[in-house]
Design a protein around this ligand. Sequence first.
Ligand code: ADP
Length: 588
Amino acid sequence: MSQATDTTVREDGVIESVSGPVVTAKNLDAKMNDVVYVGEEGLMGEVIEIEGAITTIQVYEETSAVSPGEPVEGTGSPLSVDLGPGMLDSIYDGVQRPLDVLEEKMGSAFLDRGVDAPGIDLEKTWEFTPEVEEGDEVEAGDIVGSVPETPSIDHKVMVPPDYEGGEVVAIESGNFNVEETVAELDNGEEIQMRQEWPVRSARPTEDKQTPTEPLTSGQRILDGLFPLAKGGTAAIPGPFGSGKTVTQQSLAKFADADIVVYIGCGERGNEMTEVIDDFPDLPDPQTGNALMARTCLIANTSNMPVAARESCVYTGITIAEHYRDMGYDVALMADSTSRWAEAMREISSRLEEMPGEEGYPAYLAARLSQFYERAGYFDNINGTEGSISAIGAVSPPGGDFSEPVTQNTLRIVKTFWALDSDLAEKRHFPAIDWNDSYSLYRDQLDPWFVENVADDWPEQRQWAIDVLDEDGELQEVVQLVGKDALPEDQQLTLEVARFIKEAWLQQNALHDVDRYCPPEKTYRILGAIRTFNDEATDALEAGVPIDEITAIDAAPRLNRIGTTPDDEVDDFVDDLEADIAEQLRSLY
Ligand code: ADP
């Protein structure tokens, strides 16, 4: 969170009333969305309503010791984040206060009140390398140089979007802290590594493109059946124990993104602690460096104040936009948007607003769509292209998808990965239900898969979908009359569908090899199952009984492709397909 930079002397207001996170003040000189400091302790808050002489403020800290009569001081600035090198490898609270710095200041992880800290280290120096020269013309947003922020990521230093731009009159390489000027323009504008940006406004872009590249995830069911685009939006509704955390972590590790912003929003303290404890130790499979070297974590547990939970998604997406502006592909995960919506509900009820469905404010849908709209594949104002893919977890109470947060999210996002507790109970992981899930990006991403993986990628996927659909219908009959009552070709369909489910859709996130599956391997596994299907159909037509077909000893090897190391897959599958053909043909 940035310190207020406006130095105008303004009138202090006086607290009129305190209701949980909502405080009203009289005679405060402030605008909508200004940051203010509340009470003797100077608790940070934000103006959310002004009516005549009464200003309503949501306070980001616990207000139990605040009383009417205490002063409120305005800052004249909206809630903003500090953008600059040092955000990666950081863990923040919902208003971008670094948790480790706060902890040091207070000697505990439980945040004290009235403690402020800048979002990025103001003293640390970075090695700046110019990318423009004196005499060059630069415009708002342009990249003037870079610093190695972490072993994985170069941080681009950009002309702030609200500058006019002009000719560079001074720029040099060297070590600078984030507040020192690294470049000067002829109109007097000075460029530092640190920028401030108000979290509730999207950073400007030139244009939004229709996404055409997938954000590959290394998860077969996602890449193969329900792909997300770079710049796309997805929701994962996750009943407890269904694998929400494991899925989000797999995405953070393996999704083909340069930067990960992970917003832990209001989950129980211990779940977030797990993430905070685990992430710093995780290696990045792409680079071999620590995963945190390309990750920024925002942690807002349910024991932190409700207003900070409301703001944490804005803090996160603004940080994501800054990296997008540098030309990076960012994956943003919000876990969980339900807790965010509950924070809105609580504040709204304190404001005595007219409630909408299930007590959520009437603007719930608008807020959700404003958030997801900030995702996309963009032409940036500096000529680079960058993307933000937004993946929101939803935790519907009791797993009931008809509740307002799930329903409103479904109207906005284009990919839906429905985690299912029945599958999780059967230990079918990832427990993503192939009947309820969907991706509206499928068709627009097909050309990429055709060009980069296989010509018949779309056709092979459709084959798998058809088999799974038929299997769904047959399973109902099987429950009534048993499998043996079915004709043999339908029994074969059941067997092929079983392989699709076990060898292709299931994937073990805890297995060293299987946890990440490149699209080529995803394609080959399904191809091998299809070979079995085609050869078995021929055998059946030649009169071979189904029991003999399913008993061939090559078939169970289909289940072992997933755990076969990537560089051995082609040989393994070539051999397996040859064995399947040979064994089945020998039966007739
Ligand atoms: P949630 O966050 O939805 O409560 P978790 O992500 O913690 O659920 O998953 C619960 C358990 O399910 C995990 O501890 C793990 O044992 C198992 N699990 C989930 N997904 C997978 C997976 N892809 N591979 C293997 N095990 C999984």
